[in-house]
Design a binder for this molecule. Structure first.
Ligand code: AMP
Ligand code: MG
Length: 513
């Protein structure tokens, strides 16, 4: 039994809107307490967005509520049921195996679902133990906040709390809980679940719920008209568009999700379920970040096609609501143009270019070929290109310097740099200083590379949580000059913006978390 905390505890929640869907969609149950909880790190930005009062995290009652040994006032916890396709195959019923939806938080900008991840067994835990380890919880926490700061749609994280309770993975580790929040945690897999079981009334109820709360435009006459009057086809088209934009942002920043199963695809187009993700070190479209993904299904360069495949699964699941199959196909079709358009726009922005012009695609392709051939560091390349833009653009014949040094084929880079400089001359108002400023605000100096997370995790496992906080605060300002040579931002001895150390290549991140 859980003690319910008094109403003045600074984590007031209310029964979730999701709960109103009814018992076919979830099982009500409370978290399983973890002993001796402690704070690992908290995000002030998240706390502010949730409208939590100052000092919210100095109340031990909140620590207990977020580690499962008490219930926050107003919470009405439940685990939801979903299914999904994993690694290209129907996996049957899945569900919140270790996440619990505590309730909704009425925040200044709206209602948000608050979940605990790692809060104990649920009816959907299958072979799992309902727990999450400290290592993976820190990764999810940091990456959620890092993605948000990069401007990439994502679920958010309020804090990580830890416990000495042992959790068995490849070795014995300790337990932790991530408190995460989002407008909704509904996944493609929720729709697949009800469709697969022929529960069409529930499928319609779920679709209506998501449309009413998150895609109300799908019921407007103008939008309906484009989709044969069918709001579910309009909804599929809207999800397709958001997903295309999300994927463009992932590809531009070099984010590899690692487990793009349909149960890990947000119906709101958010990045969700941070597991074996990785930000690229060397640019390599064939890069596989998930050690368990032996076939490379989720390799970096395949992500846009996988997202399209996943959208097809969603479309298939919605067919009982879209009797004319052609309407569903028409809703998915724009992905083929929306993704490349959004991607090219994002890459053009990284190149400091404004409106798209003919030839821009070739300019980009030529660059990506060089980056891949020489396995140039993705983040460092774009940042150095930004820093040296004025010199490179005004002296394209002699593009010496730190960005050129990243390449083995320097002639190849010189040729490309000349083409880039020529293209800049075709801008409406060529101005290399303004270009540089724009590029520095588009190309981050620091992303959550595996080795940075690993340093913070090693420290945290030794009971020193300060590095998690320092890394978080740097990641909250990804466009800041953390790479200032006079004063680089450091994590211990490591400059955050530096090349990965040799040992980074040996970090193995798998689905185990
Ligand atoms: P993932 O691929 O990590 O998103 O997980 C797939 C499914 O397995 C989801 O339904 C999770 O809730 C469940 N799951 C993963 N890890 C655990 C665990 N340690 N205990 C219970 N369920 C888990
Ligand atoms: Mg998942």
């Amino acid at each position: 039994m859980h003690g319910r905390l008094p109403d003045n505890t600074p984590m007031q929640l209310q029964a979730s809107r999701f709960e109103s869907l009814g018992p076919a969609f979830y099982t009500r149950l409370g978290p399983t307490a973890l002993p001796e909880p402690s704070w690992v790190d908290t995000s002030a930005a998240s706390a502010q967005a949730l409208g939590l009062p100052d000092g919210w995290d100095s109340d031990p009652a909140v620590l207990h509520a977020l580690t499962g040994s008490a219930l926050a006032p107003g919470s009405s916890p439940l685990a939801s049921v979903y299914s999904g396709h994993q690694f290209g195959h129907w996996a049957g019923q899945l569900g919140d195996g270790r996440a619990l939806l505590l309730g909704d938080r009425a925040a200044p900008t709206g209602l948000f679902e608050v979940q605990l991840k790692g809060a104990g067994l649920t009816p959907y835990s299958r072979m799992g133990d309902g727990r999450a380890v400290l290592r993976s919880s820190i990764r999810e926490f940091l990456c959620s906040e890092a993605m948000h700061a990069l401007g990439i749609p994502t679920t958010r994280a309020l804090c990580v709390t830890g416990s000495p309770a042992p959790v068995r993975r490849e070795e014995v580790e300790t337990a932790a809980v991530v408190t995460r929040w989002a407008p909704s945690f509904i996944r493609f897999g929720h729709f697949e679940h009800f469709s697969h079981h022929g529960l069409h009334a529930e499928l319609r109820q779920l679709a209506d719920f998501v449309i009413d709360h998150f895609y109300p435009e799908c019921r407007s006459p103008e939008v309906l008209e484009q989709h044969g009057g069918n709001p579910y086809a309009a909804f599929l088209a809207a999800v397709t568009q958001r997903t295309a934009r999300l994927l463009a942002q992932w590809q531009a920043v070099g984010f590899c999700h690692g487990v793009m199963n349909t149960d890990n695809m947000s119906i709101l187009g958010l990045t969700i379920d941070y597991g074996p993700f990785q930000f690229l070190d060397a640019y390599d479209p064939a890069h596989i970040c998930n050690h368990s993904d032996t076939g490379g299904r989720y390799a970096f360069g395949r992500q846009p096609n996988v997202a399209y495949w996943n959208l097809f699964c969603l479309g298939q699941a919605l067919l009982p609501l879209i009797p004319d199959q052609q309407l569903a196909l028409d809703a998915l079709e724009p992905y083929k143009a929306d993704f490349p358009t959004a991607y090219l726009q994002a890459m053009n922005a990284k190149l400091g270019l404004e409106a798209m012009q003919p030839g821009d695609e070739t300019l980009l392709e030529n660059l990506l070929r060089l980056l891949a051939a020489d396995r140039v560091d993705h983040t460092i390349f774009w940042r150095r290109l930004s820093q040296h833009a004025p010199g490179l653009l005004s002296h394209p014949e002699t593009p010496a310097g730190p960005v050129r040094d990243l390449f083995i084929q320097r002639d190849g880079f010189d040729t490309w740099a000349r083409a880039w400089a020529e293209r800049h001359q075709k801008e409406a108002a060529p101005d290399s200083a303004a270009t540089q400023a724009r590029m520095l605000a588009t190309n981050p100096s620091v992303v959550l590379r595996n080795h940075l997370g690993e340093i913070a995790i090693r420290e945290a496992r030794a009971g020193r949580y300060g590095s998690v906080g320092s890394l978080r605060s740097a990641l909250e300002r990804p466009y800041h000059a953390h790479d200032d040579p006079a004063q680089p931002t450091r994590l211990g001895a490591m400059a955050l913006s530096d090349f990965p150390p040799d040992w980074a290549a040996h970090i193995e991140i798998s689905c185990s978390s």
